[in-house]
Design a binder for this molecule. Structure first.
Ligand code: URA
Ligand code: CA
Length: 434
């Protein structure tokens, strides 16, 4: 087989065979195919797309390009949850303990967050003592003890994706539906869960700015799951404003704790409950959504959910007292309120810019080597559709280093649009595909 012929075939919009796809993935992973040929092929894919079969084969070949995780020492049905990104998505930290408190299992390996905000691992590390570095044996012990553990990836998972993603990043081919779907699903297949629940975001803070594209991506990924013989469900959810009010690492941990304690309501809690309900159904703990939601509400009101989080924190070496006393979490030195300059309704938020504003004050990384300040971030005081008067507080910024505060605050103000008419409400959960 020769790469120029494979590239030509895709350039002419013909379907690649499974052998050709595997030849490319294996050759590229092992440095036998150079970047320029891989770049030409990914560009041809960017223009011409791929069939369902091609995407399925690409995903399987990528999933098998490195180590795969064996979770068989963990009892029960392991449902892996994945969010397609977005700003301030704190769901995992609450979903894990909730599912565990209701008799489900969550054995989750997370990556590090790039771009808009810290990732789940960064958030957990804001808890004093908490270690996300656990070997596989300890990981399975923790899950078997308390039903939930969240750790960093240790194994060499999907090296094909690491190389391909870096190449796509510098050749303007990241935004290709088949390549995004294969990238996400190859990592999920290699991560060893029995079933997969996807939360595909759409809107101003998501990869997919248009709803139709998010729905298409969700459909493709559910089909890949089917191709691979793994039950996969996808929820398409709104990311036209930050999820919840907190944007920042320790701040998001506080918000997750408030929800588990039953002290906070709103879109973040609603999504946490719906995702958890799906996991309980997929994990064969409950038969239907109503039953699952009832059990989840009970876990919150009885205190079982926050107890489960405390237990997980202890087993990871962290201080569980943070759940009762937020002053034990990192605190920023200074708070600055951002106020509305006109009256009206909040009609739109440029959510990715709000994420960028939080990164500018230190809550996330601009490049991989940057360190994060766990204490800093912002807390929204108003949300889409809210009425505001001039001078009302839109958000509080929590900062340590004030060097970039003004620029960040200006970006935030520009990101929040205030108009005279109340906007139509958008549904948080657009649909669930299976
Ligand atoms: N997330 C991924 O993991 N891969 C992509 O290609 C895009 C988003
Ligand atoms: Ca949040």
């Amino acid at each position: 087989m020769r790469m120029p012929e494979i590239i030509r075939k895709k350039q002419l919009n013909k379907e690649l065979s499974p052998e050709e796809i595997r030849f490319f993935v294996n050759g590229y992973t092992h440095d036998e195919i150079p970047d320029y040929q891989a770049a030409a092929l990914t560009m041809a894919i960017w223009f011409n797309g791929m069939s369902t079969e091609e995407i399925g084969e690409l995903t399987l070949a990528m999933a098998e390009s490195g180590d795969t995780v064996d979770l068989s020492s963990i009892k029960g049905i392991k449902v892996d949850k994945h969010s397609s990104g977005g700003v301030a998505d704190t769901t995992t930290i609450a979903v894990g303990p909730l599912v565990a408190a209701c008799g489900g299992r969550m054995a989750k390996m997370s990556g590090r967050g790039l771009a808009h905000s810290g990732g789940t691992l960064d958030k957990l590390e804001s808890i004093p003592g908490f270690s996300v570095n656990q070997d596989m044996q300890r990981f399975s012990e923790i899950v078997n003890t308390c039903g939930v553990s969240i750790i960093g990836q240790t194994a060499n998972l999907v090296p094909a994706d690491k190389k391909l993603y870096a190449l796509r990043d510098v050749t303007a081919t990241v935004d290709s539906m088949p390549l995004i779907a294969a990238s996400i699903m190859s990592k999920k297949l290699a991560a060893g869960g029995d079933k997969i629940l996807l939360d595909v975001k759409w809107g101003s803070g998501a990869f997919m700015h248009e709803l139709e594209k998010a729905e298409k991506l969700a459909r493709i990924m559910v089909d890949i799951g089917k191709h691979a013989g793994k039950e996969t469900r996808a929820m398409v959810t709104d990311m036209n404003q930050p999820l919840g009010n907190a944007v920042g690492n320790a701040l998001e941990v506080m918000e997750a704790i408030e929800i588990l304690r039953g002290d906070a309501e709103g879109d973040l809690k609603d999504l946490i409950m719906e995702l958890s309900a799906q996991i309980l159904i997929m994990g064969a703990v409950h038969e239907n959504r109503d039953e699952a939601l009832k059990a989840l509400e009970q876990a919150v009101s009885s205190g079982a959910a926050v107890e489960r989080l405390k237990q997980m924190i202890s087993l990871h070496g962290g201080n569980p007292a943070v759940c009762d006393d937020f002053s034990l979490l990192p605190q920023a030195r200074k708070t600055e309120s951002i106020t509305a300059e006109s009256a009206g309704y909040i009609t739109a938020m440029q959510t990715d810019d709000i994420g960028t504003a939080s990164v500018m004050i230190g809550a996330g990384r601009e490049k991989k080597s940057d360190s994060i300040d766990p204490a800093v971030g912002l807390w929204l005081r108003k949300r889409l559709g809210d009425r505001v008067e001039t001078g009302d507080v839109l958000a509080d910024f929590y900062v340590n280093d004030t060097a970039d505060l003004k620029e960040a605050a200006d970006l935030f103000k520009k990101a929040v649009r205030i108009d005279s008419t109340r906007p139509e409400e958008k549904p948080l959960i657009v649909r669930t595909l299976s």
